[in-house]
Design a protein around this ligand. Structure first.
Ligand code: SF4
Length: 62
């Protein structure tokens, strides 16, 4: 399972980090830091939670 986070559409709602702090980190202004890569074992549901919670659809899990 892989995550792609498109920071160009991130609007800094910070919901991803609230839903899955193990995966998603924010910069000092509250925007998501870039994240492209494999989801660590055991965090698949957290990845899906992050994807679902982003109102900008910046997060894709596949
Ligand atoms: S929830 Fe979406 S828009 Fe908000 S910080 Fe995370 S990636 Fe950005």
């Amino acid at each position: 399972m892989k995550i792609t986070l498109d920071t160009t559409v991130c609007s800094g709602h910070a919901r991803c980090a609230a839903a899955a702090p193990e995966l998603f980190r924010l910069d000092d202004d509250g925007y998501a830091l870039p994240f492209h890569g494999e989801v660590p074992d055991g965090l698949e549901e957290a990845a899906r939670d992050g994807e679902r919670t982003c109102p900008e659809r910046a997060i894709t899990v596949e």
